[in-house]
Design a binder for this molecule. Structure first.
Ligand code: ZN
Ligand code: ZN
Length: 214
């Protein structure tokens, strides 16, 4: 039962192929777990398709097809992720593709307090990382300079906002200062996408930020 969903703005930007790769990955992963957001995305895709058809009727430049193909081949702008397929393990299909497998394929690095992370290969406009938080452990409280999307894949965490369990996505912006704490029990595993370095409130994590790229 998913209670925390994507915003219209994120779904629209994803539909239009406007998101940084790390955010696209988080959106695609949530959508593959969430029927509600998948339905909303389909309606945005349909609206986008109608807009494209309207543009076509007003006439396109002779070389627009070649230009479009060249842009697709050059890989820019960021292409849409493939449509989601049902999940088999903890990781839904879009995430499995990035990791090259499920949980066993992740190369974790310790970041202190039993917390581990793995940064995923995306373009540099935003960072995507997997987080492993042992039950009962807190991630240091921090604010955000940009937007942070946190999608729960296993277990659950709580912060000042609410409780987040598998499939829930938290959208944190500059206004939010929070201390996510993993619930007691199984480790909480999340996919987090950030478009600016987090602003940690205690000195040591701040010193480590450049090394950890968080
Ligand atoms: Zn949703
Ligand atoms: Zn945060």
């Amino acid at each position: 039962m998913i209670r925390h969903h994507l915003s219209d703005a994120l779904l629209m930007a994803y539909s239009a192929g406007q998101l940084p790769e790390a955010f696209s990955l988080a959106v695609a992963t949530h959508v593959s777990l969430c029927d509600e957001c998948r339905a909303r995305l389909e309606s945005f895709d349909a609206v986008g398709g109608v807009l494209l058809e309207d543009c076509a009727e007003t006439g396109m430049a002779e070389d627009s097809f070649a230009a479009t193909m060249a842009r697709i081949k050059s890989g820019a702008p960021q292409p849409r992720m493939v449509p989601p397929a049902p999940a088999r393990g903890i990781f839904p299909a879009p995430l499995r593709d990035y990791v090259g497998g499920d949980l066993e394929a992740v190369r974790w690095r310790p970041v202190g307090g039993g917390v581990r992370q793995a940064i995923l290969p995306t373009d540099r406009a935003a960072t995507a990382r997997l987080l492993y938080i042992p039950g009962g452990v807190a991630v240091p409280d921090h604010g955000h300079r940009g937007t942070e999307l946190t999608l729960v894949l296993q277990g659950a965490f709580r912060d000042e906002v609410d409780r987040f369990a598998r499939g829930d996505i938290e959208i944190a912006t500059e206004e939010l200062e929070h201390t996510p704490v993993a619930e007691a029990g199984e480790p909480c595993i999340c996919l987090a996408a950030t478009d600016a370095p987090l602003r940690f409130n205690s000195l040591v994590p701040r010193m480590l930020q450049p090394l950890l790229r968080i």
